[in-house]
Design a protein around this ligand. Sequence first.
Ligand SMILES: C[S@@+](CC[C@H](N)C(=O)[O-])C[C@H]1O[C@@H](n2cnc3c(N)ncnc32)[C@H](O)[C@@H]1O
Length: 272
Amino acid sequence: MKLMVSHHDIVFHTVSIVRRAFASFKYRTGTEAFFDYARDSYVKQRQLFEARRWGVTPPPRHLQERIVAGYFPRYIASGRQIAKEILSLAPGTKQSVLDFGCGSGRVAVPVSKFLPNSSICATDIDPEAIDWCRNHIAGVEFDVNSHNPPTRYPSGSFDLIYAVSVFTHLPEKMQREWLEELRRICCGYLVLSIHGQRHHKHIPPAVVPEFLKRGFYYLRSGTTDGLPDFYQSTFQTHDYIRSEWGKFFDIMEIKERAIGWGNHDAVVCKVR
Ligand SMILES: C[S@@+](CC[C@H](N)C(=O)[O-])C[C@H]1O[C@@H](n2cnc3c(N)ncnc32)[C@H](O)[C@@H]1O
């Protein structure tokens, strides 16, 4: 019998076990506050080191936590990594690029540095994040969009649109409306991230059969501070993407674990 355990699973489970053991140690020895302070200081220094290295400014902690659900030493490095992944997945020219759901510009900043001669736009529903971006990031044109389409962009504005961890949070009807809008404003390719199989463990076991049959599940798991109530967790199978997203685009490729050091799957689409 073939053992279906990947390298990612082994690393993930080992890290979880070590984390739990360490949390228990801190609790038993009453040293939580000390270790939390030490970790936060390390994260801050590490981010400042990377920020100086790449000539960028880290967003305030609460804006980082809003989009990556934590305060991590490699926040800036993750943006560079994802930018490289997106640009290598996307075929075609990249003269006009849109980051849809850009948050605090984690990916838009390195994309603009990798493509210094392109026009880079970035948009999000979060006015606080966009306000911070406008005041701290040069070389990207930022916008706030409404929860529902349309955007202000004319038809066929972009030869590349990407969305990192956005469709992973939208309900089905909203996904369809945004796919329609992205099709309108794109004249080339799109790279959209989705929760792949490694995230399916978060689906409650009782609804897994329904999920596998429908290929789509929208999990209400609480709200994120600063974001609207609809912002939850969405899971979809590759078959669902091919049949449903295939109504809007040619699905060129669905690449497993292609985004964020193996975190999300990438759907590469082409406007017909
Ligand atoms: C997990 S964060 C990812 C942010 C950014 N793409 C990154 O990787 O750093 C998801 C982002 O999607 C944005 N978002 C959610 N619904 C949106 C919508 N309908 N239009 C634009 N942005 C949206 C949220 O405000 C949030 O900033």
